[in-house]
Design a protein around this ligand. Structure first.
Ligand code: NAD
Length: 377
């Protein structure tokens, strides 16, 4: 199998789909690897390390893409990228399939088999290829680090001869993969941490990290069969906002991570709540790319409110720790390929009845095959 990994051309993307370590593993499996020169430049993986691992550096990306059986990249391709691939080839990347109907149609029309990393089932068997989790963990960590750098306060309690500095207060809204990592990071830095999630099963995990779970009675909330939060009713959202307002006003850092899989993120921190925060406080909206949890937040540069609250709206905080984000992401790609690799014959064998493939394969053999997108392109 001839695999090509192009350099990312999306503005601001610092990660890649391959490290020298994952390249060595894939070459050992029996893949032929072509890597665009400069691939790991922004994540500190030098070209020479890829060639040492057995990959070939290429400068003509279009030619390498045209002859590849598999293309791996982090961000979704352009329509021109898809048109430049051969029919029957595979494409593995984040795709944002719920918002990319035209792109899905382009994959089907071009006969390219598109796999969406977001759609890999969150099962135990697929844990090694769970790119949402690997990236969310680092985003949660980076959210605390970025917020701490903007905050003109120390996070831990300090007892000095000149008086006692009280620990900073951090409130984490949404305690999934990113939220739990944010809680753990803030606790390690000595902050006092509160957290809330609509899935009651999370309460124990929050407590075990040493944080306080904020109790808000929303009635029936529940979760989907896939373990994701269900959307709240407008009444429940209003109750949640009222329940959180006091904690938000007392917090020095608020980190929001509340996403709804395949749907717009709920607005949880209103302008009135921001106005009630202390000057110098910092809010990080980790859901900003999916619509945002903070009213007025837009993916991009920081916003400073009239009362001096900084809202960090970075669309990809895991990209600020690109070396490690790439390390674990590349391991996710390699695990996906390995799962479908026939060790004996040294060939890629996609079993269309495999539960993991059924979950993440969007187009195959010139048609849209994923039931959630069949009628939507
Ligand atoms: P996510 O990114 O979709 O959402 C982040 C968190 O926000 C979730 O905990 C969600 O409950 C919460 N949330 C949604 N609406 C909210 C609101 N109004 N207020 C407060 N919080 C709100 O979730 P995720 O981190 O990707 O995890 C989703 C689920 O998948 C979790 O149950 C997680 O444990 C599970 N998971 C399982 C595996 C596995 O078994 N291999 C791997 C990873 C995640």
């Amino acid at each position: 199998m001839n695999c090509f990994v192009p350099a990312e051309n999306s503005l601001g993307e610092t990660r890649t789909a391959l490290t020298p370590v994952s390249a060595a593993g894939l070459v050992k499996l029996g893949l032929t690897l072509n890597v665009q020169a400069g691939l790991g430049h922004l994540s500190n993986y030098p070209d020479a390390a890829y060639t040492e691992a057995g990959a070939t550096l290429v400068t003509d990306a279009a030619a390498a893409q045209a002859s590849a059986d598999l293309v791996m990249r982090v961000r979704k391709p352009t329509p021109a990228d898809i048109a430049g691939m051969k029919r029957g080839a595979w494409h593995l990347s984040f795709l944002d399939p719920f918002n990319e109907r035209e792109l899905i149609a382009a994959f089907a029309n071009g006969g390219v088999n598109a796999v969406s990393l977001e759609m890999i089932p969150r099962t135990t068997l697929a844990q090694k290829m769970d790119a949402l989790s690997s990236q969310a963990s680092l985003a949660g960590y980076a959210a605390v680090i970025e917020a701490a750098q903007r905050l003109q306060m120390a996070l831990p309690m300090m007892m000095t001869p000149a008086g006692t500095i009280m620990p900073a207060r951090v409130f984490v809204i949404g305690a999934g993969v990113a939220g739990l990592q944010a809680i753990a990071t803030a606790k390690r830095l000595g902050a006092r941490v509160d957290a809330f999630d609509t899935r009651p099963v999370v309460e124990e995990q929050v407590r075990s990290l040493g944080a306080k779970f904020v109790k808000i009675d929303l009635g029936e909330t529940g979760q989907t069969a896939g373990g994701y939060a269900k959307a709240l009713t407008p009444e429940q959202v209003a109750k949640q906002q009222a329940g959180m307002a006091k904690v938000i006003a007392q917090s020095d850092i608020v980190i929001t991570t509340a996403k709804l899989f395949g749907r717009k993120a709920p607005t949880l921190v209103t302008k009135a709540m921001l106005a009630g925060m202390k000057p110098g406080s910092v809010v990080v909206d980790l859901a900003v790319e999916g619509g945002g949890n903070v009213e007025g937040a837009r993916s991009g540069a920081d916003i400073v409110t009239e009362n001096g609250v900084t809202i960090i709206c970075h669309p990809c905080l895991e990209g600020t720790v690109a070396h490690h984000a790439t390390q674990v992401l590349a391991a996710n790609y390699a695990a996906w390929i390995t799962h479908f690799w026939d060790e004996k014959e040294k060939v890629f064998r996609a079993d269309l009845n495999d539960e993991i493939l059924k979950g993440c394969l969007i187009t195959h053999d010139g048609a849209i095959v994923h039931p959630q997108f069949v009628s939507k392109a």
